[in-house]
Design a protein around this ligand. Structure first.
Ligand code: IMO
Ligand code: MG
Length: 427
């Protein structure tokens, strides 16, 4: 079985967790490599529903090891909450969660700074999840960050937190007229988190290197989506990490040669949560219907997601920047009742035809989607378990998506449960 990277191909919330949970059946290790508790990954197992923000979605399977890689911005408080919740629901975490000692930690200054900056930005706010992601990554790159391993040693933790707090408190007072945060009690609190998390903290890079030599199968679980990538997305309306497949390598400390497949998870339509451009957005009753049927509300913030038709230029860009080998198409069942379904095949920009999603915001604003209308199938796909069981119009819709993206379909999801899946070709 191949080592797979699973990434979002749109603006996040594509249903990555469901696909990761399903493919974990064929894997040994699941690694998160970027992002943090901004992710909201929903897994339905039996009658229980779990929303993970940090712990990899593969945790629902016994005997699989879940790793929080060095590229993640790690909120210890959130991780402890998730671990306790799993234990309460009798899911064993012992020897199954490993946290990279060189991942950076999210501190209260990061969360406060995220919220203060957003509040001050007013109309031009990004609409972040308020989880401190941007400020944590910026301190990492600014060499002011604090890492997971530091939680285990007061000699490391104290001076680093003090240096960071000095910098951030000055920002709070001067830029925002906000109260500073006293580092003393935070250092105490985070040392305590360190004690609780000690059994999980280790050198995950060495662990993965040994696992690869032992031919263990690895899934690299992406968070967010390609068009939220800090380089390739709708900057500045993006998240603060590289969400694309290449990030799996540096965010977990595994060389790119270890990766065999890149699966792009694609919702059968498009959604976006937070601000920023969205060419196929439907601000009408059709958008409302997609939101209602698809249950399109953010798993992290509860915000209603913006909804629109499938956007091929977005997915073509995802195919290019991730090197997608397969598509996993999710939430096809949400379209079951539509009489007609539209697909944006390309854009028109100042009279010219454009095939891929442009880089600049001004260019995106100028893009007018060009639509093709396909007949709906107007029946339930929920019970379909093979391609041939799908209604012909659903087959046509999927074939067209694959054709426009230039990537073959590996899997189709027609419901949140593990067995509500159709596997075509994931080898
Ligand atoms: P999953 O992994 C959808 C969006 C936020 C905001 C922007 C920046 O569940 O697909 P941030 O808090 O990251 O600084 O916010 O990114 N965003 C997501 N949108 N799904 C996510 O994760 C997201 N994580 C962040 O709404 O627009
Ligand atoms: Mg989500």
């Amino acid at each position: 079985m191949p080592n797979r990277v699973i990434v979002g191909s749109q603006w996040g919330d594509e249903g990555k967790a469901k696909i990761v949970d399903f493919l974990t059946l064929y894997a040994d290790i699941i690694v998160r490599f970027q992002g943090g508790a901004n992710a909201g990954h929903t897994v339905k197992a039996g009658d229980q529903e779990f929303i993970f923000h940090l712990i990899p979605s593969g945790i629902m399977h016994e005997n699989k090891v879940c790793i929080i890689g060095n590229g993640v911005v790690f909120d210890p408080k959130q991780a402890i909450l998730e671990i306790k919740d799993l234990e309460k629901k009798n899911i064993s975490v012992e020897n199954r969660i490993l946290i990279a000692e060189n991942a950076h930690i999210v501190l209260p200054w990061h969360i406060a700074s995220d919220k203060l900056k957003e509040a001050k930005a007013g109309k031009s706010a990004i609409g972040t999840t308020g989880r401190g992601i941007g400020p944590c990554y910026s301190d990492k790159v600014n060499r002011l960050g604090v890492r997971v391993g530091d939680l285990l040693d007061i000699k490391e933790l104290k001076p680093r937190v003090e240096a960071l707090s000095q910098f951030r408190n000055e920002e709070f007072e001067k830029m925002f007229g906000a109260e500073p945060i006293d580092p003393g009690p935070i250092i105490e609190e985070y040392l305590e988190f360190g004690k609780q998390l000690k059994p999980y903290i280790c050198d995950t890079v060495s662990y993965l290197y040994d696992a690869l030599k032992a031919k263990k199968q690895i899934i690299f679980e992406g968070a967010q989506g390609t068009i939220l990538d800090v380089d390739h997305g709708t900057y500045p309306f993006v998240t603060s990490s590289n969400t694309v497949a290449g990030s799996a390598s540096c965010g977990s400390g595994v060389g790119p040669t270890a990766i065999d497949q890149v699966i792009g998870v694609v919702k059968a339509y498009t959604t976006r949560v937070g601000n920023g451009p969205f060419p196929t957005e439907l601000s009408n009753e059709i958008g409302e219907e997609l939101r209602k049927i698809g249950g399109e509300f953010g798993a992290t913030t509860g915000r209603p997601r913006r909804c629109g038709w499938f956007d091929a230029p977005v997915v073509r860009k995802a195919a290019a920047v991730n090197g997608l080998t397969h598509l996993a198409i999710t939430k096809l069942d949400v379209l079951d009742t539509f009489k007609e379904i539209k697909i944006c095949t390309n854009y028109k920009m100042e009279g010219k035809e454009l095939q891929t999603f442009p880089n600049g915001l001004t260019q995106v604003d100028l893009c007018e989607p060009v639509y093709e209308t396909l007949p709906g199938w107007e029946c339930s796909t929920a019970k379909c378990r093979s391609w041939s069981e799908l209604p012909p119009n659903a087959q046509k819709y999927l074939t067209r998506i694959s054709e426009l993206a230039g990537v073959k379909i590996g899997m189709i999801s027609i419901g949140a449960k593990r067995d509500e899946s159709i596997v075509l070709d994931i080898n």
